[in-house]
Design a protein around this ligand. Structure first.
Ligand code: R5P
Length: 292
């Protein structure tokens, strides 16, 4: 199997090279008007190829995936697998205001229509997105890795920072193999990019609490959750999420909160920071590809 990394996942390339996998490279170039071109630098005839990529906010990341897949098809690859370490636009899985459209579903359908043999994705945001990726979609989860990395003796309770995270939180609590309490927070979004935690369900008083989400973007959801959990008497607070987006000043924002540790994975590139524990997903990707 040959591996190709689009720019959005190039931070993982070295980890794969270190494991001795067979790489294939492509170059991208620009015409004078800014139009993009792509060219394979290796022969892929009759090979199974895996594209490792993520869909970020810049639509070019999606275009890169489509173009690399096209390179593989037109240059005789036998089969193509797509691994999406992070699938952006997924929060737009429905219209929230009139006049909008479900752009996240559109992105998922574009990926599905590539007709790769399989699409892998990590801890997706919601069921509508999962379904839109079609029958060849396989969901990978970082929850096992998070559960192994977090010292379970330091956790009494797991809290979901919004209703959408409740199911995921209950799954993580089970993985700890302890009778952990599970709580959740009612969150509202008065406007885009602003989160407000309204009320906490569950008693966190005197407890070591872990707050789990699928992604941390502006940090607003976590900031609000920490504020409420701390005010309600939690002894210590830890945070875990699969995808650390940390846009804008999110990391500054989080660094001012009473948080012991933040656990995220490297589905997206991460900075080295004192409280940030980054868990590597590359072995899980490789094992999952080998099992197909
Ligand atoms: C929302 O439904 C998601 O699960 C996350 O809670 C959200 O995207 C986090 O965004 P932010 O960090 O900007 O509050």
């Amino acid at each position: 199997m040959k591996f190709l990394f689009t720019d959005s996942a190039r931070h993982l390339k070295r980890l794969f090279v270190n494991r001795g996998v067979d790489m294939a490279a492509y170059e991208s170039f620009e015409f004078s008007d800014g139009e993009l071109g792509y060219r394979l630098e290796q022969d892929v005839k009759r090979q199974t190829c895996s594209i490792i990529a993520s869909v970020g906010p810049d639509p070019r990341s999606l275009f890169d995936i489509l173009a690399v897949h096209r390179l593989l098809r037109e240059n005789g690859a036998h089969e193509c697998l797509l691994v999406l370490t992070y699938l952006g636009y997924a929060r737009q899985d429905r219209r929230t205001e009139s006049g909008e459209a479900a752009i996240g579903i559109m992105v998922a359908e574009i990926l599905r229509n590539m007709n790769t043999a399989k699409i892998f994705g990590f801890d997706l945001h919601s069921d509508p997105i999962r379904k839109s990726l079609g029958p060849n979609f396989i969901e990978l989860s970082a929850l096992d890795l998070l559960a192994k990395a977090i010292n379970k003796e330091e956790i009494d309770m797991v809290v979901a920072p919004d209703e959408g995270a409740r199911h995921r939180t209950a799954r993580l609590a089970k993985l700890f193999d302890l009778p952990l309490e599970v709580g959740w927070i009612e969150k509202v979004r008065p406007r885009r990019n602003v989160a407000v935690a309204k009320s906490l369900h569950g008693n966190v008083s005197g407890k070591h609490v872990l707050i789990l989400d699928d992604m941390i973007d502006t940090g607003g959801t976590i900031e609000e959750a920490v504020r409420l959990v701390s005010k309600s008497g939690a002894m210590t607070i830890r945070i875990a999420a699969t995808h650390g987006i940390f846009s804008g000043k999110a990391l500054d924002r989080l660094s001012r909160l009473p948080i012991r540790e933040i656990f995220v994975t490297n589905t997206l590139p991460q900075k080295r920071l004192p409280k940030l524990q980054v868990i590597d997903v590359s072995t899980l990707i490789l094992e999952s590809l080998q099992q197909t």
